[in-house]
Design a protein around this ligand. Structure first.
Ligand SMILES: *Cc1c(COP(=O)(O)O)cnc(C)c1O
Length: 239
């Protein structure tokens, strides 16, 4: 068994344990494997171990990697999730290559993604990124503006609104971390109950990473985004 295989098993065990501890079904939480900075061989190895969903932050790196992974050959297609910031000049690449985008925090970006989604691809699945603990310099829409943004996004023809995503800052104390996660959960619940038309597929709370997946699952996360826990320590810009 390779390191990636055994890490994946370990992460699955943590997810199941956290679900049971929270009184949730053991399969209530999907695993997004965050492969940023890791090469196509690492993705291929995880895919051979059964992992299907992969998250990437850097658009050009991701698009290159998708082609490289495909060239290595796989029996089933992978699902690619954009979890990094999307600038206007990158929307066409994102719309043309990804299955999901978790980081929609401005209507203008959502409109471009919808306009540029190729007609022969299914609708782009999107989450609204919410900022519950940072100032205006941090990515994500403030909780007070999340409903209006989500309702506008829900009307765009080539997007499918799926839920809420957040990247709360890490806090050392578990109770404080849970409190922040529960604030994201509140936004998710409020949007789901008040959203209205276009919210039929609103079922995803993208929350939790390697360090905090247990508290995120306790707070109701339905998708955890795990990088270093699967692939190991990241090394930036050392190529
Ligand atoms: C890098 C990243 C992750 C994964 O972080 P780990 O701590 O390595 O699990 C998850 N979500 C986002 C948005 C990221 O940028």
């Amino acid at each position: 068994m390779t390191m990636i295989d055994s890490n994946l098993q370990g992460v699955h065990a943590r997810i199941v344990q956290a679900c049971l501890a929270a009184g949730r079904a053991p399969d209530a939480v999907a695993l997004l494997a965050v492969s940023k900075t890791f090469g196509p061989e690492a993705v291929h190895e995880a895919a051979r171990a059964g992992q299907r969903r992969f998250g990437e932050n850097y658009i050009q790196e991701a698009v290159d990697k998708m082609a490289q992974v495909a060239a290595l050959g796989l029996r089933e297609p992978l699902e690619w999730h954009c979890i990094g910031p999307v600038q206007s000049n990158k929307t066409r690449l994102v719309a043309g290559h990804f299955d999901w985008v978790h980081t929609v925090d401005r209507l203008k970006i959502a409109e471009r993604l919808s306009d540029q989604r190729p007609a022969d691809m299914p609708a782009l699945q999107v989450c609204i990124q919410v900022n519950v603990d940072g100032g205006s310099t941090k990515s994500g829409v403030g909780p007070e503006h999340a409903l209006a943004l989500a309702q506008a996004v829900a009307q765009l023809p080539r997007l499918r609104l799926r839920g809420v995503m957040s990247i709360p800052d890490e806090v050392p104390d578990r109770a404080a971390q849970l409190a922040v996660h529960l604030r994201v959960r509140e936004v998710f619940d409020r949007l789901r109950s008040q959203g209205g038309a276009g919210f039929e597929a609103f079922d995803t709370l993208s929350l939790g990473m390697t360090a905090d997946l247990e508290t995120a699952i306790a707070a109701g996360s339905t998708m955890v985004r795990v990088g270093s826990g699967i692939f190991g320590t990241r090394h930036y810009g050392a190529a």
